[in-house]
Design a protein. Structure first.
Length: 544
């Protein structure tokens, strides 16, 4: 009730003012305690009502009992030595009012939260060992005070369904199944599906473990299990290979063209960007490695995006003659096309395996380029150009001319903070990550045709091939390590080489350099995505 909430807040203010005026010494001690009890005793009936309403949660009822006891005036027969201290009285009054204010917050009760979590755990939406994060609970049940979530988790801990560690983090109780059998079964399935035909050599155990989002000891145990079944052969000091005649029904290696069409059909409504693909890969692997329990919808959405990415990558490289890449593509196709598991933990692990497949393909295609959104964007269709607002257009026009953001604010008569918000909007609309550098942002805007390149006013200098690579790296990346890797130089050489490049171009900073390069129509910035080895339209994240 709004009136009740207002009165509670007013009482809390009255209590704070009363406590500030307390003496707390000598003869005034009894009077001070009475002042605090007089403020809070009017709310004891409401607290008793809340305790009765918490009948479904033992921990919540215990909490209310303790709060009421701490805020209640003791019996007059209590000896003076047994009287609570003034600090205890003040803390009890504060705690009761805080709990009453929290109880006014709409939403599920602690008992209802515990009931929903109980059903989800028994339905294995949260697998054994999975982390029960407050963020996941709030996302599924609406905005809730943390106290209610903690009380619900404590109730479940009393029932043996949840284990709460010393740090306060909660996990689903139960024995986590040995992953060795899961890994061995998946390797057996890959062999049966033709990914690893007879006589073919497997990767070393450590690399194979990384490809299946597991650890090397688990992979070694899985390989020993398969060796005992005569499915693989493990010579000493050599990589394992598939048995010439494994006791399994073997299928022909998957046709990549057919697999790509099937995968396109599964997620044909998605058009991923490099940023989205790498974010999905990182998210899927983090879910599994940290034993999180994300919502089933989140796992399914991540899996669909990775399936779409896999379809695009398989279509682009299906005719490869590289044996390693061909095996990667087949593993990716089989992983993406496999039946969706019923177990939630298995779904998370399978999504992490698919994420590893996608990352491995990108690394195999271009091992020399840093694995950043800019580096992988050329593998995916270009995004439709998003129209800029008039204000964004004027800011973008000034930006490509090398005008710094404080001067943009002065020329447009806008507050500096608003200019920064518009610049962040330009990053989003041009497909960049938050915090990318100005040069990379200008390159994205000019490449997408959202602004026109200013006239450089002079012919293009004769850049060396090394300078062209460095210019392309500045147009693509924001972080100095990525720029160095893309330009093929050491990190310490980036700044001196860049100063030399700016001097040759006759400009003062990299933003003006990229704008001038577009005006001169240099191939390193005007080639379309995918037509050059390092010509990429989108920037990786970085700080200005």
């Amino acid at each position: 009730m709004p009136d009740q909430l207002t009165r509670l807040r007013h009482t809390r203010g009255t209590l704070h003012r009363a406590i500030a005026q307390l003496d707390g010494t000598g003869e005034a001690l009894d009077r001070d305690r009475e002042r605090v009890w007089a403020v809070v005793e009017q709310w004891l009936p409401l607290a008793q009502q809340r305790m009765r309403e918490a009948a479904g949660s033992n921990r919540d009822q215990d909490r209310w009992q303790g709060l009421i006891r701490a805020a209640t005036r003791p019996d007059t027969a209590t000896a003076p030595a047994a009287q609570p201290t003034l600090l205890t009285v003040c803390n009890g009054a504060r705690g009761l009012l805080r709990a009453l204010l929290e109880a006014e917050h709409p939403g599920l009760t602690a008992a209802e939260v515990a009931d929903r979590l109980r059903r989800a755990i028994r339905a294995r939406d949260y697998p054994p060992g999975g982390r029960l994060s407050r963020a996941r609970i709030i996302a599924g049940m609406g905005d809730l005070p943390h106290d209610r979530i903690d009380l619900a988790l404590q109730d479940l801990q009393d029932e043996g369904l949840v284990a709460i560690g010393a740090s306060g983090k909660a996990r689903v109780a139960g024995t986590v199944p040995d992953p060795t059998d899961r890994v061995a079964a998946w390797l057996r399935f890959l062999i049966q599906s033709g990914v690893y035909p007879p006589h073919s050599t497997l990767q070393p155990a450590k690399a194979l473990a990384q490809s299946l989002a597991t650890s090397a000891p688990i992979m070694n145990r899985a390989l020993r299990s398969l060796a005992d079944q005569k499915i693989v052969v493990r010579p000493s000091a050599q990589a394992a290979h598939i048995h010439p005649e494994p006791p399994l029904p073997l299928a022909e290696p998957p046709e990549l063209g057919v697999a790509a069409r099937q995968l396109h059909h599964r997620a044909d409504d998605l058009t991923p960007t490099g940023t989205q693909v790498l974010d999905a890969c990182d998210r899927a692997r983090a879910w599994w490695i940290t034993r999180q329990a994300p919502a089933p919808e989140a796992v399914a959405c991540c899996s669909r995006l990775l399936t779409r990415a896999a379809a695009i990558l398989i279509s682009r490289h299906a005719d490869t003659s590289d044996a390693h890449l061909l095996t990667l593509l087949r593993r990716t196709a089989v992983t993406a096309l496999a039946a969706w598991p019923a177990d939630s933990a298995e779904r998370i692990w399978r999504t992490a395996c698919l994420a590893t497949c996608v990352r491995d393909i990108h690394r195999a295609v271009d091992a020399a380029t840093p694995l950043r959104p800019a580096a992988v964007q050329r593998c995916y269709p270009s995004q439709p150009t998003v129209a800029l607002t008039p204000t964004e257009q004027s800011i973008a026009d000034l930006l490509v001319r090398g005008v710094p953001s404080p001067e943009i604010a002065r020329r447009t008569a806008l507050p500096y903070a608003e200019v920064r918000r518009h610049l962040e909007s330009l990053r989003t609309k041009s497909g960049n990550r938050p915090g990318c550098g100005w040069a990379a942002l200008v390159h994205s805007l000019l490449t997408a045709g959202q602004v026109d390149a200013p006239d450089a006013g002079r012919p293009a200098p004769n850049f060396t091939p090394e300078q062209m690579r460095l210019l392309r790296a500045h147009a693509t990346y924001s972080k100095i390590n990525d720029i160095a890797a893309a330009a093929g130089i050491v990190t310490s050489a980036v700044r001196p080489r860049t100063r030399e490049l700016l001097s040759v171009a006759g400009v003062t900073d990299t933003t003006q350099l990229i704008a001038a390069a577009h005006s001169w129509k240099l191939p390193c910035v005007t080639e379309q995505p995918g037509t050059g080895p390092n010509t990429l339209p989108v920037s990786s994240g970085g700080h200005l």
